[in-house]
Design a protein around this ligand. Structure first.
Ligand code: GLN
Length: 475
């Protein structure tokens, strides 16, 4: 059984297809591990595989998937890490979860996350923090921390998460796995409990780049139930490149300069990876993204503004928690929201409501939207000269639990390198590049909209050359 756990998802699917492993055996191996989770990575674990699991010919071979709590799954708790949704079991399933199940990846469990995906450490969950399998005193990153920790620790073969400003890439980096945020619109948002609708995007968290490609292939596509979803031009191809010949990488000096506050170990790994890329044939040059350093400020207006509107629906009437209001409706609303929402969510609702209020709308929200456009234009200009933009994924490795909980601004700085791509709606991938003092470091590559296949190809070539070994986190 432990041998099964050491296979990547693609390898496990191959075994099932070759008739060497029964899908039920694979599901049970992971179900047992997930049920024994001591990282608080799961909020719910399936009791068994669906009967249809592993039907002959499914492309994903019955390899089960762990799903971030915020994806609605029919009849299964879907709480987005919030006490206000405690006990909520939706009557329908999110499109990407249904698509993966149809392709042969059944639901293994729901994973813990920061409440409504607001956070970078998973400490904002209403259901307790998740521990990092590399060092249990440290955070796994967030907000898809449960998904990242589960994959890194071998409690799931692969997982899905969502990324609004970095929540797939940053926990992937801190847990030593691969995380891909697709182009905005590539995957349907139908059934995702919304945080910031113009930014939220689902994507894979996997052990390697091949698994990410395989999974993404079965997530993309237009969905009539999400008006912002798009038909992906072409297929997601299996990555095969062994070198980076002819690839031009841009290093944005506006981001990687001193302001990012990058830890020495992260900087060292970044420089080593650039040297490796050069040996693989890539050319590396500095590039400009002049407005990108303002991305964080723009994001922390736009995301809370959208969140304040999206979260208005949680009022004790329709879903989850209701606190009695002594026969008064407004009292019921406010008591429910007071008890149900955690402090970070309340902070964002207040920030967002303020930024949208009349008299301030143009000064804050309007300005932030203009900055967002400038950032998109910066990327567009950069991609005329470069194939990909590269940065560290996160300025630091996994930090200790509690280290940043009292300082929201320090917490927000974790997103320095990931937020610009989210605002521009472009795809970006994080791959593990090294260990620094025993903790994983992530390397980020970003490309133009819909360049996922090329991005995965380049990441694959680098991954092979880096040879990162994540097996000790599964021990
Ligand atoms: N850390 C960022 C935030 O707190 C990003 C979260 C996300 O991508 N869901 O908003």
């Amino acid at each position: 059984m432990s041998e099964l756990i050491d296979l990547t998802a693609a390898e496990a699917a191959e075994r099932v297809r070759a008739g060497e492993t029964a899908p039920a055996e694979l599901f049970e191996a992971y179900r047992t591990r997930a049920a024994e989770d001591d990282l608080n990575a799961y909020t719910w674990v399936a009791e068994g595989a669906p009967e249809s699991n592993g039907q002959a010919g499914t492309p994903l071979g019955g390899v089960p998937v762990a799903v971030k709590d915020l994806f609605c799954t029919e009849g299964v708790p879907s709480q987005s890490g919030s006490r206000i949704l405690e006990g909520y079991r939706p009557p329908y399933t999110a499109t990407v979860v249904a698509k993966l199940a149809d392709a042969g990846a059944p639901l293994l469990g729901k994973t813990n996350q920061d409440e409504f995906a607001m956070g970078s450490s998973n400490e904002n969950s209403g259901f307790g923090p998740v521990l990092n399998p590399w060092d249990r005193r440290r955070v796994p990153g967030g907000s898809s921390g449960g998904s990242a920790a589960a994959v890194a620790a071998g409690l799931a073969p692969w997982a899905i998460g969502t990324d609004t400003g970095g929540s797939i890439r940053q926990p992937a980096a801190l847990c030593g796995i691969v995380g891909l945020k697709p182009t905005y619109g590539a995957c349907s948002r139908y059934g995702m409990i919304a945080f910031a609708s113009s930014l939220d995007q689902a994507g894979p968290l996997t052990r390697d780049v091949t698994d990410a490609a395989l999974m993404l292939r079965h997530m993309i596509g237009h969905d009539g139930r999400d008006s912002t979803s798009l038909e992906f031009p072409g297929e997601i191809e299996v990555p095969r490149s062994e070198d980076l010949k002819g690839i031009k990488l841009g290093v944005p000096e506006d981001l990687t300069g001193a302001e990012g506050g990058v830890e020495p170990g992260v900087r060292e790994s970044f420089d080593q990876t650039l040297a490796l890329a050069e040996r693989l044939g890539a050319s590396i040059e500095p590039c400009r993204l002049p407005h990108a350093p303002h991305a964080l400020s723009a994001y922390y207006l736009i995301a809370p503004a959208e969140a304040s509107a999206n979260l208005a629906r949680f009022d004790g009437v329709r879903y989850g928690l209701r606190v009695d209001g002594d026969r008064d409706l407004v009292t019921m609303y406010s008591r429910t929201r007071k008890v149900g929402f955690g402090p970070e969510v309340k902070r964002r609702i207040m920030l967002g409501t303020y930024a949208l209020s009349s008299g301030y709308y143009d000064a804050y929200y309007g300005t932030a939207q203009k900055v967002r456009t400038k950032i998109s234009e910066d990327f567009r200009a950069a991609f005329e000269r470069f194939d990909f933009i590269v940065t560290p994924t996160s300025p630091s490795t996994a930090f200790e639990l509690g280290a940043k909980t009292d300082d929201p601004l320090a917490m927000y700085l974790n997103d320095f390198f990931t937020v610009p791509m989210s605002l521009a709606g472009i795809p970006a991938i994080s791959i593990p590049s090294a260990l620094s003092d025993g903790l994983p470091v992530g390397f980020q590559l970003a490309g133009p909209a819909f360049s996922e296949s090329r991005l995965l190809d380049a990441a694959y070539a680098l991954e092979r050359a880096i040879g990162f070994d994540g097996s000790s986190a599964r021990a």
